[in-house]
Design a protein. Structure first.
Length: 104
């Protein structure tokens, strides 16, 4: 009986999506990061028992815009800063050579 070849996650990603640095892989990685940021916003909102409408009122946007943000769409640094500031969440980016930079 022939032994089954096992592949690592990275090997499968390279094979199916493309190697890191290729346009298709870069797009997937960027989409995943914005999706995860949206999930973080949603989790923080829910932990504070806020509705999308209430968060929207705090940052001056409609509920539909909050919904898009939570799906990872239309996220900019300024939008994320407003969201985290409205929920009183300290947010930082770690930048090599510079260190931590506060989002707001």
């Amino acid at each position: 009986m022939e032994q089954m070849k096992l592949y690592t996650h990275d090997e499968m990603m390279d094979s199916v999506i493309g190697k890191k640095g290729t346009p298709r892989r870069d797009k997937l990685d960027a989409d995943l990061k914005t999706f995860l940021m949206g999930e973080a916003i949603k989790k923080a909102r829910e932990e504070r028992h806020l509705t999308q409408e209430q968060l929207g009122n705090l940052i001056g946007v409609k509920k539909s815009q909050v919904s898009r943000m939570e799906r990872g769409a239309n996220l900019s640094f300024s939008t994320m800063a407003r969201v985290f500031k409205a929920m009183n969440i300290s947010a930082y980016f770690s930048m090599p050579g510079i260190g931590k930079v506060a989002l707001w």
